[in-house]
Design a protein around this ligand. Structure first.
Ligand code: GAL
Length: 369
């Protein structure tokens, strides 16, 4: 009798322990996934958890620090870069800073302390981000300036498009349609070195016409954070302060062009006033088809993203890399590669954006009559 009772008690105890063990494992699993989950709010994307990198000791680990994922193009840059880098055997930890300098610096610090082999940075602020290069170099980690230049630092490589040429293309397209008249300039974020290059390119074309008195700049404003809402507000100010008496708008990218066209539409002027853009965003290409936006500048992002992924893996492996030019960033002549942008109007959308598969014909012409 006692023996039976003993066996029953033991069985019961084992059962209890088994139940206790089950609880712990889901927690564990939870914990393992949780950090990743915790990390994956909209603005902070970690493509790979630390563990994965641990298993990929021999492979290259790259930290990709982006200013923002606000514009369509940055999501494309991220996806194309990550898939090319992974194809080359590297792992990529992507961080997006939501246009916040402090966040970008602390994310970079984090990536450096995680021991990445190389950092690729799209800086929010051309000057402030110099501290990221210093931190990385203190740990012998090379830094690539992606699309936007990091100023006043010993950055190792700069790869972008010819951004002054972008500005020239914008002003050329608009001055061909409006060789005389009153112009509004809705520029990019003045924290972004590219915004200054775009403007320089525009002024290369506009200045002679200003000097000859053919055109007059009646409003000129940077757009904080490249935000379309800011561009909308600035354009409303431009219209109000000029009693709607304006003839053309040079907007630095498609996001700001969208804000400008919204303000023009509110005055019944959309489609009458030529407006430039950049980035070949789908909504902008559709506006070009509809006739409310005049042009955009298409930058084949795949060429940029895949080129930088290849160079990043080469540099992380300590290999020599080939560059085509240098760009002075206020401290050094940075080894650089500048790719060619393409001006797009309704006449060459098919041969450029659609031919490249950047957007489908169906999407581009979905609102067309
Ligand atoms: C610039 C970039 C443009 C545009 C803008 C807003 O630096 O070259 O393509 O998207 O940022 O993010």
């Amino acid at each position: 009798m006692k023996k039976v009772f003993g066996i029953l008690l033991l069985a019961l105890l084992l059962l209890l322990v088994a139940c206790g063990e089950e609880e712990t494992s889901s927690e564990d699993t939870g914990t393992d996934d949780a950090p990743a989950e915790e990390n994956t709010d909209e603005s902070e994307e970690t493509e790979n958890s630390g563990e994965e990198e641990a298993t990929n000791e021999d492979g290259i680990s790259i930290g990709f620090s982006l200013d923002t994922l606000q514009e369509e193009r940055w999501q494309r840059d991220r996806d194309l870069f990550v898939s090319k880098a992974e194809e080359l055997g590297a792992t990529v930890n992507v961080q997006s800073a939501d246009s916040d300098d402090a966040k970008q610096i602390s994310q970079a610090e984090n990536l450096i302390s995680q021991g990445v082999d190389l950092l690729v940075v799209v800086p929010h602020d051309a000057e402030v981000s110099a501290s990221i290069v210093e931190m990385a170099h203190a740990e012998d980690i090379p830094v690539i300036s992606y699309d936007r230049l990091i100023k006043n630092s010993e950055v190792d490589l700069y790869v972008s498009f010819d951004n002054e040429r972008v500005g020239e293309m914008q002003a050329t397209a608009i001055t061909e349609l409006v060789p005389q008249g009153k112009y509004v300039l809705i520029e990019g974020a003045d924290t972004d070195n590219n915004a200054h290059l775009f403007k320089q390119g525009q002024m290369n074309i506009l200045q002679p016409l200003i000097d000859s008195g053919d055109i007059e700049i009646v409003y000129d404003q940077w757009t904080k954070g490249w935000e379309p809402e800011e561009a909308l507000a600035n354009m409303e100010n431009a219209l109000t302060s000029n009693d709607n008496d304006i003839d053309a708008v040079i907007a630095a990218n498609d996001g700001t062009a969208g804000g400008v066209i919204q303000a023009l539409a509110a005055q019944g002027m959309d489609g009458e006033i030529p407006v430039s853009g950049q980035d070949a965003e789908l909504a902008a290409v559709q506006r070009i088809v509809e006739g409310t936006q005049t042009m955009t500048v298409y930058k084949p992002i795949r060429d940029l993203a895949e080129r930088v992924a290849e160079l990043a893996v080469q540099m992380a492996n300590g290999e020599e890399i080939e560059t085509t030019t240098t760009v002075n960033n206020g401290q050094i002549d940075v080894p650089s590669i500048l790719l060619d942008p393409i001006a797009v109007t309704k006449d060459n959308i098919d041969d450029t954006i659609i031919a490249d598969g950047f957007h489908s014909e169906e999407d581009v012409y979905q609102n067309a009559d």
